[in-house]
Design a protein around this ligand. Sequence first.
Ligand code: AMP
Ligand code: ZN
Length: 483
Amino acid sequence: MYLYNSATHKKEEFQTHTPNRVEMYTCGPTVYHFAHIGNLRSYIMEDVLEKFLRYEGYDVNRVMNITDVGHLASDADTGEDKMLKGAKRENKSVMDIAKFYTDAFFDDCAKLNIKTPDVVQPATGLIDEFIRVVSALLDKGYAYVAGGNVYFDTSTLGRYYVFNDHDEEDLAVGVREGVEEDQNKRNKNDFVLWFTKSKFEDQALKWNSPWGVGYPGWHIECSCISMKFNGEYLDLHCGGVDNAFPHHTNEIAQSEAYLGHPWCAQWFHVHHLNTNSGKMSKSKGEFLTVSLLEEKGYDPLAYRFFCLQSHYRKGLVFSWENLDNAAGAYSKLIKRVAALKDGDGEVDREAAVQLKEKFLTQVGNDLNTSMGVTCLYDVLKAPVNDATKRAVLADFDRVLSLSLLDKAAELREKEAAQAKTASASGGFTIQGEGDPAIDALVLRRSEAKKAKNFAEADRIRDELKARGVEVTDVPGGAVWKRV
Ligand code: AMP
Ligand code: ZN
């Protein structure tokens, strides 16, 4: 496949260090609150990428951390310990908070058909490893101790900054507005590997270390977790675009200094989900969750469909209207899949291969998921039998994970059950769009008419009209549709 590499700023042919094997790392969530649907946009796109690589035949080893040790809002030791903030808010221990929100994160992922990575490692489970790597960086002369903390010395590197999609000067810690420079640092981009002296006297979790009781810096967990479970050569590192600097820059600095050779060749950054008032952000406190979408009656997979319709390298604006459009298109797609006949002949292998080739080229062009979705409609329109269509849709869904065939089967069952209920109520058949509340109103209207209560029948018709539903009487029943 061709993939944009934010380290080189080019779309490149995807390469791996070991043939057919992808070592993939994803920055995981900070578990002090629910993931918002912006975070989940990143995880959806990374999930499609992983599945596409598997679909192409790669053996993928995907590793993810869980940030459960309170990390600070910046390298400058300002901001707040997010985990402690969560614990105080809910009057629970930090570890209870971490457990609760880790479980909640994976529940949300399951609802969005996001596969759990092969390795999931909470940061608190690997503290000894972080201490070992920090000690090695000190031994090799890449780090220094100052004011009780261990810092990475960026002046020891030939090249520090790689993601120059951003302006280095603007993003450098020392010059960020409102961020006070840490006087212990020798260079403005130096960053903490281990804290013992933080402005946070009440840091919740602390461990013994050769430098005193303290806790790891912001970036070391990802380097260590990846080097432990992916090995010395990482093929693909993923995260939201806000992770690029300084988090990923600093991960590269530490890992390459420790290993003594280049570490990760390809960097994949997902752009943000924004609202009209800006980036959706956990720390702002007000954000949308999967549960909220469900409460409002949306299928979480309609949100996945919404994300797939746009390219991961473009900001995506969330609005209820945009989500409604995606949800409408998703349910129409499911209806079309449900209308395909079972047992409609043999699968046309040749046609299936042709359709698949197009899908591979389209999605393989920098993970163009919206073209992947278009390929689904191409299959539905293709001059092939329904058996072939069903087989090809199921195949593409290994990557897109929209549960197309399962949802279609559910819809058929629901419609069959409704038809049964309807015929049970006096042989009256209702054909509609699969909404039991509307079916019930349509049935009541027919009963009112039967009882010659025309005023009530008209009232129900008006009520349906107000809900945007049009009813047509047909022999033996009624047909309704949304207009
Ligand atoms: P966090 O739990 O804050 O560490 O973030 C988890 C992941 O979500 C990281 O990869 C972030 O870069 C990413 N992320 C944060 N905010 C957004 C957003 N508004 N849209 C897309 N991804 C985001
Ligand atoms: Zn990370």
